[in-house]
Unconditional design. Structure first.
Length: 287
């Protein structure tokens, strides 16, 4: 490919796009169209990738920013028995275009859905990355049919933490959430979110932003087109039982995900875009 900043790499038959830009370094896997890392120049990686992540295409990649589509979590209705979090985490995607400037890189990738799957779903999908001073991920679904189509999805981002014992997620106080670990009971968040145990919550809010305070960083996470914000950490026992999750990895990550979980229906011959923007900067002295 003819690019100033992007190098296409093949490792054990898997393809990656390595981006070395003056403002940042990033890596995207063709498998799942998954952003695996984003490191602003002179700073730490914003994203967490498991040391045990499988990068050979044998299973979904654990870490970075997986794309869950056309459902989040277990498959429902006529798709019961199909893969957790949908199809596209384990598909090879195609790079359709890229635009480079001195300040940013834009890449558009399209999911290589089999014809029979497109006919069954009636949906098409592409992702647009804009990487520069921050990260912008746009997941755009097209209803290719003349019927309304249900859609559930998430941008399943794993954020890096220096220490899980020194973090706070701001902005969800008093918000209702579904506790996936307590028979899906609906509860109210009391205070800011601090993870101290296995946590799997779906916050029922379309508010546009939350802020993750890490030891050294402040990460503003902004969403558009979502109806939920998911927060997840497997903690020690669950991490040890996951073959692609390093045993102590839970100490250095938290998932904060913009998602649609509450019954979104896409009108015939229309498009819908879910966006997550991530801006990491040095932690403010005033917080």
């Amino acid at each position: 490919m003819n690019s100033q900043f992007i190098t296409k790499q093949t490792v054990n038959s898997s393809v990656f796009y390595q981006i070395n830009h003056p403002n940042f370094c990033a890596r995207i896997a063709e498998f799942g169209a998954q952003l695996l890392s984003f490191t602003p120049t002179g700073k730490q990686d914003v994203l967490w990738l498991s040391k045990q992540a499988q990068l050979d295409g044998s299973k979904a990649i654990r870490g970075g920013a997986p794309l869950c589509w056309p459902w989040f979590g277990p498959a429902q209705a006529e798709y019961i028995g199909e893969p957790q979090h949908g199809y596209v985490r384990t598909l090879t995607w195609s790079l359709k275009s890229f635009v480079e400037t001195d300040s940013s890189i834009e890449l558009i990738m399209k999911a290589n859905l089999a014809k029979e799957l497109i006919d069954s779903l009636g949906l098409g999908l592409q992702v647009r990355y804009v990487l520069g001073d921050n990260i912008e991920i746009e997941l755009t679904t097209t209803n290719l049919s003349n019927k309304p189509k249900p859609l559930s999805q998430a941008i399943h981002t794993y954020f890096a933490l220096d220490d899980v014992n020194d973090h706070t997620l701001l902005g969800l106080n008093k918000v209702s959430y579904i506790d996936q670990l307590d028979d899906s009971k609906q509860k109210i968040q009391n205070g800011e979110v601090v993870i101290t145990e296995h946590t799997d919550r779906v916050y029922l809010t379309s508010q546009d932003n939350v802020t993750l305070l890490n030891t050294k960083q402040q990460v503003d996470i902004v969403g558009v087109g979502h109806d939920s914000i998911v927060v997840w950490n497997p903690w020690q026992d669950v991490a040890k039982n996951m073959g692609d999750f390093d045993d102590n990895g839970y100490k250095n990550m938290i998932c904060v995900e913009m998602a649609n979980t509450q019954g979104l229906v896409l009108a015939p011959n229309s498009q819908y875009t879910l966006t997550q923007k991530i801006n990491a900067r040095d932690k403010s002295r005033h917080l």
